[in-house]
Design a protein around this ligand. Sequence first.
Ligand code: SF4
Length: 371
Amino acid sequence: MWDAEREILQVVNTSATDDNIVLHGDVLPRDDRQSFYSNAAVRAIRRRLLGWYERARRDLPWRRTGDPYRIWVSEIMLQQTRVAAVVPYYERFLTRFPDVSSLAEAREEEVLTLWAGLGYYSRARNLQRAARQVRALGGFPETYEEIRELAGVGDYTAAAVASIAFGEARAAVDGNVLRVMSRLMGDGGDIGAGVTRARLGAAAGKLLDPENASEFNQAMMELGATVCLPREPLCGECPVSLYCRGLELGRQRELPVKLRRREKVEETQVLLVIRRGGCVLLGKRGESETRLAGFWELPEAGQLPQARRVGKLGTFRHTITFHHYSIEVEEGVLGRAPRGWRWVKEGGLGDIPLSTTARKALDLIRGAAKL
Ligand code: SF4
């Protein structure tokens, strides 16, 4: 079986024929040859991947439904966010907003409150905007092109929802899938470059099983999330290792190539917790702010120089993309709420959208001071 399948994986040194699907050009040095997967090899990769997915897939709440609304919510929540972090948010969100109408009709503050802590808050606002678009359409759009028109939906999300909910033959290509494809193809192009991403996206489209797009896309995502891991790919457990050019070259850990890495920026911030009569002083960010619009925050020390700083309460770290903050939390004293700040009842903090830093700071002192 092994030898027969090895034969299927053809590395052909002639030009492409109709019998072969060209998955990539000659990217890594390789004896001046082009590499092809024959149609038989493509079929074998699909079969192996789908068989593995059937056995190994994690039982996740959004995999137990065919409802496009629920699949869409999960895909939006999973953008830039780990599965383990998403699950409790997903369940709470769908308990409160079980369908498009309930989300479309909700107060934005309530949507943001349920999203608080998940980050990238424009996703929540767009989700609600899109729910209103769907309601106006009279039903959930069923094709990639139509889903792509919804607020906050890009190529990946439209392809994921169209394929998973409606079986449309579209490859859903996110960062995980690009990593898998770059290794599978042995593609040494800079993953930050549009041309590389387009090449790998096209290859993923050719590898996609058009008869089984939903399962195939989910299998690719699952492979990237659980086996073809960013730092240490588990090639020994990989269902398609026999076909992996990166592994064959021993370069699986080096791929994908990233030429431009953003430097980390380290910053320090001091947040003040100022309490009075069972309330805590908070400020609400304006609706036109680019970050965290509508969220409530603790004051930074520099914003209230008139506050007396009476002691340290603790420190935590917080990261936003390449910004790494060390946040010091101090207790402050102030007689009256200055303009733009409000005393908010501590018992009502769970009902408003709190910024992640405010929530972390208040959690920190809850433990110490039983707020
Ligand atoms: S063999 Fe290794 S590097 Fe290649 S796709 Fe599988 S896990 Fe990724």
